[in-house]
Design a protein around this ligand. Structure first.
Ligand code: G6P
Length: 368
């Protein structure tokens, strides 16, 4: 890899734009395209069919990748998932079944809390599987098995391409688990693979919305608070969107499950709070539409990140709609990572912030 910014102003911009390529490379490593099935690069030392539960732990953006994956493991593999941030996992004294599985996710493979959680899981007799971007890292070395993300070196402090590659590996792993557990038949697996292999192209298409997002970023930069909403896998994407924005623009942002709006955050809504709604046309889209109507009725300014089909059907009153390509909703989080990252990036650039080196943050947190 050449570690320079190429034609980009910041590493973060370069890393956002690299995603079709690195996600494609990661997919090629995990998928037997011709066979229409997932083919993991190495045999795992445990059997998904025998697990009664999967425990996931990670920090920051990697934790949000884990939260998305919970939906995949539960729906595609019918595997119960327990997930927490590593700074809690390590001290919770959670009873973990011997021969159960702990999955840790980390870009650097060196995050202190994640490593401590991995060691705790091992002390309980669990199998440990890590998804890391640095295959020589401590977490990689100390896990019973490791699956690499092939994102290449990530320099921007706010994680982008590592996140989309984590999601890619996690979806492949959930499909693998679904087959092992007898949930996915070959036809369903092939259909999922067909959806997965369209992802790099869809991400390239998503990247072309950059001009629109730049315009939107000017609006967002004026806000003191921003709310991100989503349901299903778009809920953790809302959390990740809010994290990206606060990390690099220092605007206060919160991600919320759209259905939880009425239990509190709706009290914050007025004309001054942009509400970013992440809503691909999936099984919970109609439910999210009702939440958007609640926001609109209170003068909230909605920015919808969704697909053309969804927005048109409802004639929604939005400040702006960022139209994503039509896709299989299973893969939506990977593709929707792009506009979420671009919105944070352009807002921070517009505000003159140091996007690659935000204040108070470190790329890798190796101390507690
Ligand atoms: C830091 C970084 C984040 C990252 C988190 C977890 O806070 O600034 O971007 O998501 O650590 O890092 P890891 O290397 O374990 O994925």
């Amino acid at each position: 890899y050449r570690i320079d910014k190429g034609n980009h102003r910041h590493f973060m911009a370069k890393e956002i734009h690299e995603q079709p390529e690195v996600v494609g490379r990661t997919l090629a490593h995990y998928v037997d395209m011709a066979g229409g099935r997932v083919a993991l690069p190495e045999a795992l030392p445990f059997d998904f069919a025998k697990l009664s539960r999967l425990s996931i732990t990670a920090c920051g953006t990697a934790y949000y990748a884990g939260l998305v994956a919970r939906y995949w493991f539960e729906s595609l593999a019918r595997l119960p998932v327990d997930i927490d941030v590593a700074s809690e996992t390590r001290y919770r004294e959670a009873p973990l079944e011997a021969d159960g599985l702990t999955l840790v996710i980390s870009q650097s493979g060196e995050t202190a809390d994640t490593l401590a959680s991995l060691r705790y899981a091992r002390s309980q007799g669990q199998h440990t599987l890590s998804i890391v971007n640095v295959p020589t890292s401590t977490i990689a070395r100390e896990s019973s098995a490791m699956l690499p993300t092939l994102a290449g070196p990530e320099i921007g402090v706010a994680s982008t391409k590592a996140f989309s590659c984590q999601l890619t590996v996690l979806l492949c792993l959930a499909i693998h688990a679904g087959r092992a557990r007898g949930v996915l038949d070959p036809a369903r697996e092939r259909a999922l693979i067909d959806a997965l292999i369209t992802v790099p192209g869809l991400m390239a298409e998503a990247l072309t919305r950059e001009g629109e997002i730049e315009g939107l970023a000017r609006e967002v930069s004026k806000a003191r608070d921003v709310l991100y909403l989503g349901r299903g896998t778009s809920y953790p994407m809302a959390l990740e969107g809010a994290l990206k924005l606060k990390e690099i623009s220092y605007i206060h942002a919160e991600g919320y499950a759209a259905g939880e709006l009425k239990h509190g955050p709706i009290a914050l809504i007025d004309e001054s709070v942009p509400v970013i709604v992440i809503a691909p046309h999936d099984g919970v889209f109609e439910k999210t539409v009702s939440n958007m109507q609640e926001v609109a009725a209170r003068g909230g300014r909605i920015v919808l990140i969704g697909d053309a089909q969804g927005a048109a059907e409802h004639g929604l009153d939005t400040l702006a709609t960022v139209t994503m390509p039509d896709l299989d909703p299973v893969v939506a989080p990977i593709v929707y990572a792009v506009p979420i990252q671009q919105l944070a990036y352009h807002t921070a650039v517009f505000m003159g912030k140091d996007v690659d080196q935000p204040r108070n943050l470190a790329k890798s947190v190796t101390v507690e």
